[in-house]
Design a protein around this ligand. Structure first.
Ligand SMILES: [Zn+2]
Length: 147
């Protein structure tokens, strides 16, 4: 039972526009090869080794553009490219912020998220944002970051 005078009424639920729940998603994957090693870790991965990484970026937004696209796949590839090019065929531990931050799949996922989300929001005036980034170290092992 509500206290009298409370501004709540059951009817107000029907006024919530359901369109706000609607979302479109667009996903692109790309790959890169790079070396890394984990600090503060005991096991095989403390030694330098390489992975053929796969990165999957999923965008989301409520509004489509005039062509009926959330975003052209090509545009998302262009946003991912400089991030991938910086890491491809490098020892990730030698690149900022991974000189301090461990280059785990989790931290790589957050790095891709931060880099691509900032560019995406600028490019689309906030219409499109990065929903998730998944990093595959192998076909069977992944780490995902989202906010
Ligand atoms: Zn590894």
């Amino acid at each position: 039972m509500l206290a009298s005078g409370a501004p709540f009424a059951w009817d107000s639920f029907s006024e919530i526009p359901f369109i706000e729940e609607c979302m479109f998603e667009v996903t692109v994957e790309d790959t890169f090869a790079a070396g890394h090693y984990l600090r503060n870790y005991k096991g095989k991965c403390e030694n330098p080794h390489g992975h053929n990484y796969r990165v999957r970026v999923t965008l989301a937004g409520q509004e489509l553009d005039q062509a009926g696209l959330l975003l052209d796949f090509k545009n998302l590839r262009e946003v991912m490219k400089p991030v991938i090019d910086r890491l491809d065929h490098q020892m990730i531990n030698e690149l900022e912020p991974f000189t301090r931050l461990n280059p785990s799949a989790e931290n790589l996922a957050k790095y891709f998220y931060d880099e691509t989300n900032a560019r995406m929001k600028t490019q689309t005036n906030g219409r499109v944002f990065v929903k998730t980034v998944k990093i595959f170290e192998t076909d069977e092992t992944t780490a995902t970051y989202f906010e």
